[in-house]
Design a protein around this ligand. Structure first.
Ligand code: PCA
Length: 331
């Protein structure tokens, strides 16, 4: 630090050329934001967020410079929300349903079969966006944009026919809903973050998982699993949140640049997510994973579980939950 300060002090004491002055003043005003994200570089969410950062940099002529730290490398997934809230970092990404423990409304996108294709997921997002933004505002967080994962399915080391086969299986989960679903199927859930998936399978901590074709392909599921059941349970969403004070400290033009880039990123992210399902299923098939549609028995079992979980969710989410569901069904 001292070393790099010295030339500045020396120069400041002498007569500065106009160019040198612009350089110093310009760089003194530029804002650098570190942005932790939970998922790997090849994941489409991360690719989308890097593009968002580039768009912001370009629109502000380098005045707002967002550096993305992927794979939980700067801050681990469970800590990202509170780190942004406390201002340790100004901006971050996380999966929305991770906040289920503080408020059930945040896991509405992970209730089985409530919204299990892109049209429904979009309607659910339109019906829930305002109330979720308000809840976050109460924590001095600004919700910038949200992008879904492809539909969730079940990965195993054997073929799932009726769902009976899942009893006693150690199943990797990533939020409360996937944990509950595993339990209702008679499996034994364990929470594992995406960067830890290969180790969890390698060490035998888990032997099945619930996730998307995206995460299956990104974590090379074929190295430790043989079957993917494309059950299309739900489409959980990631969100990007910014600390309200950090946002307020930006100039008006910078705020607009961030909001504009966020709008574009949301649209681009939804498109990328849709395209992922097919391309990633193909990659898995090419690598030897057997992909199947759920049998009528399995669908019946999962739908029954979905009903139970919807009711349980409503019991917890109360009037606001009911209002959200009503708004969703009216879309
Ligand atoms: N991938 C993330 C969240 C949902 C998904 O498809 C995960 O498995 O943790």
């Amino acid at each position: 630090m001292q070393k790099s300060n010295r030339p500045f002090r020396q120069r400041a004491g002498s007569v500065l050329t106009a160019a040198a002055l612009t350089l110093i003043v310009g760089s003194a005003q530029a804002t650098d934001w570190d942005m932790p994200t939970p998922y790997g570089d090849s994941n489409f969410h991360t690719v989308n967020i890097r593009q968002f950062a580039d768009d912001v940099r370009e629109a502000t002529d380098g005045e707002l410079n967002i550096t993305v730290h992927s794979s939980g490398s700067l801050i681990k997934h469970p800590e990202i929300k509170n780190s942004v809230r406390r201002g340790l970092v100004p901006i971050g990404e996380l999966i929305m349903s991770r906040l289920a423990n503080e408020d059930p409304l945040f896991e509405v996108d992970s209730v089985p079969y409530l919204a299990s294709d892109y049209d429904e997921a979009w309607k659910l997002w339109q019906a829930s966006k305002d109330i979720l933004s308000k809840r976050l505002e109460g924590q001095r967080l600004k919700l910038l944009f949200s992008v879904p994962w492809p539909p969730q399915g079940i990965y195993t080391q054997f073929e799932v026919k009726t769902g009976e086969e899942l009893k006693g299986v150690k199943m990797r989960a990533y939020n409360k809903s996937s944990e509950k679903l595993a339990e209702l199927l008679g499996a034994i859930p364990t929470q594992v973050e995406v960067p830890d998936i290969p180790t969890a399978f390698g060490t035998g901590r888990v032997d099945a998982m619930i996730t998307s074709p995206s995460t299956g392909a990104n974590t090379r599921a074929w190295d430790y699993l043989t079957n993917f059941n494309h059950a299309q349970l739900w489409l959980p969403k990631n969100m990007v949140v910014v600390n309200a004070k950090a946002f307020a400290n930006l100039s008006e033009e910078e705020q607009k640049a961030v909001e504009d880039a966020a709008k574009v990123a949301e649209k681009r992210g939804w498109e990328a997510s849709k395209a992922e399902t097919e391309t990633k299923i193909k990659i898995m098939q090419d690598n030897g994973i057997e992909v199947s549609e759920p049998s009528p028995e399995l669908v019946k079992r999962l739908q029954k579980i979905g009903k139970t979980m919807t009711q349980e969710w409503l019991d917890r989410a109360g009037e606001d939950g009911q209002a959200l569901l009503d708004a969703y069904h009216k879309q």
